[in-house]
Design a protein around this ligand. Structure first.
Ligand code: PGA
Length: 249
């Protein structure tokens, strides 16, 4: 499977950062074997799309309705209209700060599909849940609740992001990543049949240029969702390079 490397800029970036986005777009073009892009704050999508039209751009959340009385919210159709081709859904920061449930994430995923936006659906356990030995159950329950019944690799991928690894510089052991991605793969195949084999499973949480090669070589790790290391081309490019090499092998 081709690797996918998606940057998540979170609540960072203004118009002054368009040249940085253009540098990342240029780096992305140097690795044509990798499916990559940047998920930007919604305020930047139109401008970034106009400034770097070759770059795949995404949003970081969307509402489940197409339009209406939802002050402060943005629909999938609006993201598409602004130039996005994908959207992150169910990120742990959205689940925690906005109380988004699995059912909310599933409804958002259906809305994204209806607007032809590729959805990156995030799941992941807290440190307390891992310490209690519940990580796999928590993550598989999130998969069960957050993914639409009918879905395939062209519509969405999953991002496994242990909450305790996000922005902390800590990552799970390779064995733990392999076990979790293997469990997710089995569940996707159980749910979606043969099609479940092709659904991408990204790893996210403190991925950087130093650890990307090792992480991406783990079975069923089909790419990465990158926060901090996606903000600068110099930090993002080594991750693209690691994904590109794996693809060629
Ligand atoms: P990080 O964030 O790479 O900064 O840990 C990943 C994410 O939250 O998607």
């Amino acid at each position: 499977m081709r690797k996918r490397v998606i940057g998540n800029w979170k609540m960072n970036g203004t118009i002054a950062d368009l040249p940085k986005i253009a540098q990342i777009a240029a780096a992305v073009m140097r690795y044509p074997n990798v499916d990559s892009g940047l998920c930007l704050p919604a305020t930047l999508i139109s401008a970034a799309h106009a400034y770097s039209p070759q770059l795949q751009i995404g949003g970081q959340d969307c509402h489940m309705q197409e339009a209406g009385a939802h002050t402060g919210c943005i629909s999938a159709a609006m993201l598409l209209d602004a130039g996005a081709s994908m959207v992150i859904l169910g990120h742990s920061e959205c689940r925690a700060e906005q109380g988004q449930s699995d059912a909310d994430v599933r409804a958002k995923a259906l809305a994204a599909m209806q607007s032809n936006l590729f959805a990156i659906i995030c799941v992941g356990e807290s440190e307390a849940q891992r310490d209690l030995g519940n990580a796999e159950k928590v993550v598989l329950d999130q998969i069960e609740g957050s993914l639409p019944d009918i879905c395939d690799a062209a519509m969405l991928c999953v991002a496994y992001e242990p909450i305790w690894a996000i922005g902390t510089g800590r990552i799970p052991s390779s064995q733990d990543v392999e076990n979790m991605h293997g469990a997710i793969r089995s569940r996707l195949i159980e749910r979606q049949g043969e099609g479940g084999k092709n659904i991408g499973i990204l790893y996210g949480g403190s991925m950087n240029g130093e650890n990307a090669g090792e992480l991406m070589a783990i079975p069923n790790v089909d790419g990465g969702l990158i926060g901090g290391a996606s903000l600068l081309m110099e930090k993002f490019e080594p991750i693209l390079a690691a994904a590109n090499i794996e693809d060629i092998i």
